[in-house]
Design a protein around this ligand. Structure first.
Ligand code: PLP
Length: 372
């Protein structure tokens, strides 16, 4: 694809996806009952090591439902990293609770456990560590703090399907975890999400609330106000195909990162972080410039790469404290904001599994030219 436009993300949809979706369409089970939903949940249980998985409509409602099912709401504080996709904080607000922002670590880009400890108040009920850009958060330290303060740990694993911390899979490390299957994630169902947990009671409550809070023993009897947060069998069919070949996907993306590492010197960009206790997955290939740049300079670099070289890049997430709805939230950080420093140096590079070594070489040449 050497002269083509190189996108940052591109879903990998092949013959197996076509076959299973067609099978779902032909079966007539197009809504949320059907064997693909069951297979998808079972495969996710294997992918997380968690005993129970409930599929839901997207990653944002997965976070929302996990919080609500745990009884978190108005008057409660939930600790979230300052550096994440906005949905992590939005879900806390949807639940009626208050997000408290905590800065990230410079070596993992994930929530800083020491700062988490400092952010705990009598109102704190939960921590949502985010496994950012495929790199797991320090779950050992977070679980230890949570245990001492009796807090609910909800992993946001939307960007890290299959990653490991100290040998264990994300999704089974906290009290519960949420996943996203949006089109640019490592596994896609178009739109979709899931909640994994080892807590059977929590799983039951999630399933009950997901389906309009209908009493399991009496049809159309709804003792509470619930939600329709179900995933369809059609979407699950796509997800089953993705999971049946997920090992291969991870390998291809691992090779892609290795190819970038061989082509880009650290004087140009430092690529995806890796803590010694972590086995990250490659969701996106992300790089840090040697020096900080202004938002305008980063946007200008992106524009030149797109227009001159037909190469797509994306900036990093804007730290939550810089977004209007969260700018007055409490923020815990050290002297300087690590999240801000990362956002001022970060660039997401073309990361689709269809990319070839030629394409990576083209990106490397373009970066050399534009950063010279
Ligand atoms: C994508 C994402 C979400 C939200 O998932 P949707 O399926 O788009 O609702 C939540 N958290 C993080 C960290 C994400 O990257």
């Amino acid at each position: 694809m050497s002269d083509d436009f190189l996108p940052v993300a591109q879903p990998d949809i092949g013959a197996l996806e076509e076959q299973l979706v067609l099978e779902a369409v032909r079966s007539g089970w197009v809504s949320s009952i059907g064997h693909f939903v069951e297979e998808f949940e079972r495969r996710l249980s294997e992918l997380t090591g968690a005993a129970h998985v409930a599929a839901v409509s997207n990653g944002t409602v997965a976070l929302h439902l996990a919080l609500v099912a745990r009884g978190i709401g108005p008057g409660d504080e939930v600790i979230v990293p300052d550096f994440t996709f906005v949905a992590t904080a939005a879900a806390v607000v949807h639940a009626g609770a208050t997000p408290v922002l905590v800065d990230v670590e410079p070596n993992t880009w994930c929530i800083d456990p020491e700062l988490v400890e400092a952010a705990i108040t009598p109102r704190t009920r939960a921590i949502i560590p985010v496994h950012l850009y495929g790199h797991p958060a320090d779950m050992t330290a977070i679980n230890e703090i949570a245990k001492r303060h009796r807090l609910f740990v909800l992993e946001d694993a939307a960007q890290a399907h299959g990653a490991r911390w100290k040998g264990s899979l994300v999704g089974g490390l906290g009290d519960a975890a949420s996943f996203s299957f949006y089109g640019n994630k490592l596994v896609t169902t178009g739109e979709g999400g899931a909640i994994s947990t080892n807590d059977a009671e929590l799983d039951q409550r999630i399933r009950f609330l997901r389906d309009h809070a209908m009493a399991p023993e009496r049809r159309y009897f709804h003792p509470e106000v619930g939600f329709n947060y179900r995933l369809t069998n059609l979407q699950a069919a796509l997800g089953c195909a993705q999971l049946r070949r997920f090992d291969e996907t991870l390998l291809v993306k691992e090779r892609l990162l290795a190819c970038y590492q061989a082509s880009l010197g650290p004087e140009l960009l430092t690529l995806n972080p890796r803590h010694p206790d972590a086995v990250p997955v490659v969701w996106l290939v992300v790089g840090l410039l040697g020096e900080r740049a202004s938002t305008a300079e980063l946007e200008d670099l992106g524009r030149r790469l797109r227009e001159t070289h037909r190469i797509d890049t994306r900036p990093f997430f804007v730290p939550l404290h810089q977004l209007p709805p969260y700018s007055s939230a409490t923020l815990h950080r050290r002297d300087a904001s690590v999240a801000t420093g990362l956002a001022e140096r970060g660039l997401c590079l073309p990361s689709g599994s269809q990319l070839q070594p030629d394409d990576v070489a083209r990106v490397a040449r373009a970066l050399e030219q534009e950063l010279a």
